[in-house]
Design a protein around this ligand. Structure first.
Ligand code: MLT
Length: 406
C-alpha cells in the first residue's frame, strides 16, 4: 500500500493566499453586489510594458519559423538573458557575479521553495517572523521543521527572528546558530529594509558560523533610498555564503508570465562540494527551463526602453504605496513600509487580531488585505496592504477605510 509524505499532513491549514481567496470567494457568493477591492496578494495589475509586448510578439513569430524556432532551452537559461542579468543587475552595481552563476527559472517562488532540497534534513533554518510563508512551508514539506505548536504558531525546529516595531522590523542575529538563514529585503510582508552595513553583519556572521543565507531580492526594484543594497553581493564575502533569488514579477509585471533567476556563486561550498553543481544537477534533472518567448521578454527588461518603461511602472505602484501610507497615517493608523517596498504594514486598530481586522474590512468596506498573523506569530495584530492595485482602486480603498473612523 502506498504511503503519503506525512510531512504534508503537518501543515496547518492551506497556503495563506489560498485561504484568503476562499474567504473572499465565499463572501462574494453571498454578496454578489459587493465591489471588492483586492489589496491582499501582491499581484500586479498594470499591463505589460509596450517593449515587453513587442518582444513577446516577435519571439512568438520566431517560433513559427523553422529557421528561428527554439526547442528546449539550455539548462541554465539562454545566454542572451544571463549575460543581460550579469551585466545590469550585478556588474553595474560592482558585484562580482558571472553569467554562468545565474540559473534562469520560472519564478522566485519555485526557487525559494525548492532550494532547500540541496541541503541536508539536519540543517536548522532561521526565518524572520513575520515571514513569506513559502520558506517555512517548503521546509515543513521536506520534514525539517519539527513539531507545530498551534498555540504559539511556531515549529519546534525553526529559529524565529522576531521583526517588530521595537527593532524597526529588522531581525537580530539569532542566539542559537542556524545552518540556513532566510532573509528577504525589501521585506515581504513588512516593507522594511536594512542598510548595506546591516546586511554586511549578516554576511560576516554567516561566514563565521558556516551558514548559508538564502536572500530573496524580489522587491529590489522598489528601493528608493541610498545605502539600501539591491543585492547581497554588494557585501564583501557574500560569494562564500549567499544564494540570491530574483523575480521578474514585481519589477516587470511578470506574475502571469513567469520568470525569475537564482544566483549561486561557484565559491559557495560545503567542504569540496559546490552548491552551484548541486543546483545545476537538480535544474538539469527536474526542470526544462523558462520558455524561449518569456526569456526574450526578460531580456527586453534590460533594454533602454525597457528600463524607462518599467521605471514608470514601479513609480506608479510606489505612488499607490505613498497614497496608502499617508492616507492611513492621517486616519490615525500606525503604518510602516511603503518607502522602499510595495507593501504597507499597519497595526490593526482597537486591539483587533489580524483575522478580525481582515473580516472587518471585508465585511464593512469590501477591502481585502492580508492578515499579518498569516506570516507568523509576530505578525499578529498587523495587516498588510499591497500597492499593486490600480490607482483608482487604491484611492477608493483608502477612502473607504478612512471613512470607517475605527
Ligand atoms: C505576496 O503577496 O506575498 C506575494 O505576491 C506572493 C508571491 O510573490 O508569491
Amino acid at each position: 500500500m502506498f504511503k503519503v509524505n506525512e510531512n504534508y499532513l503537518k501543515l496547518p491549514g492551506s497556503y495563506l493566499f489560498s485561504t484568503i481567496s476562499k474567504k473572499v470567494n465565499a463572501y462574494t457568493a453571498e454578496h454578489p453586489e459587493a465591489k471588492i477591492i483586492r489589496l491582499g496578494i501582491g499581484d500586479v495589475t498594470q499591463p505589460l510594458a509596450p517593449v515587453i509586448i513587442d518582444t513577446l510578439h516577435s519571439a512568438v513569430d520566431e517560433m513559427g519559423n523553422a529557421e528561428t524556432f527554439h526547442g528546449y532551452a539550455p539548462d541554465l537559461g539562454y545566454e542572451f538573458l544571463r549575460s543581460a542579468i550579469a551585466e545590469n543587475d550585478y556588474k553595474a552595481r560592482g558585484c562580482d557575479i558571472s553569467e554562468d552563476e545565474i540559473f534562469v527559472s520560472d519564478g522566485a517562488k519555485c526557487d525559494c521553495g525548492n532550494i532547500q532540497e540541496i541541503f541536508s534534513l539536519d540543517n536548522k533554518i532561521a526565518v524572520c517572523d513575520p515571514v513569506y510563508p513559502v520558506y517555512v512551508d517548503s521546509n515543513v514539506m521536506a520534514g525539517r521543521t519539527g513539531v507545530y505548536d498551534k498555540n504559539t504558531g511556531t515549529w519546534s525546529n525553526v529559529i524565529y527572528m522576531p521583526c517588530t516595531a521595537d527593532n524597526g522590523f529588522a531581525p537580530q542575529l539569532p542566539k542559537e546558530t542556524p545552518d540556513l538563514i532566510y532573509l528577504c529585503f525589501p521585506n515581504n510582508p513588512t516593507g522594511a529594509t536594512i542598510t548595506k552595513a546591516q546586511l554586511q553583519e549578516w554576511v560576516d556572521y554567516a561566514n563565521k558560523v558556516g551558514a548559508v543565507i538564502l536572500y530573496d531580492a524580489a522587491y529590489e526594484a522598489y528601493i528608493s533610498q541610498p545605502d539600501i543594497p539591491h543585492s547581497i553581493y554588494e557585501c564583501e564575502g557574500a560569494r562564500t555564503c549567499a544564494i540570491e533569488f530574483h523575480s521578474f514579477s514585481k519589477n516587470a509585471g511578470f506574475t502571469g508570465v513567469r520568470l525569475g533567476y537564482t544566483v549561486i556563486p561557484k565559491d559557495l561550498k560545503a567542504g569540496d562540494v559546490s552548491l552551484h553543481s548541486l543546483w545545476a544537477r537538480r535544474h538539469g534533472t527536474k526542470y526544462n527551463g523558462a520558455p524561449y518567448i518569456v526569456q526574450r521578454a526578460g531580456a527586453a527588461v534590460y533594454t533602454k526602453e525597457g528600463r524607462e518603461q518599467l521605471m514608470k511602472q514601479v513609480a506608479y505602484y510606489m505612488n499607490n504605496a505613498h497614497y496608502i501610507y499617508n492616507g492611513l497615517k492621517e486616519a490615525g493608523f500606525t503604518v510602516s513600509g511603503g518607502v522602499n517596498a510595495p507593501y504597507i504594514w499597519l497595526k490593526a486598530p482597537n486591539g483587533m487580531t489580524s483575522w478580525e481586522f481582515f473580516d472587518y474590512l471585508l465585511e464593512r468596506v469590501n477591502v481585502v488585505g492580508t492578515p499579518g498573523s498569516g506570516f507568523g506569530p509576530s505578525g499578529e495584530t498587523y495587516f498588510r496592504l499591497t500597492a499593486f492595485g490600480s490607482y483608482e482602486n487604491t484611492v477608493e480603498a483608502v477612502d473607504r477605510i478612512k471613512n470607517l473612523k475605527v
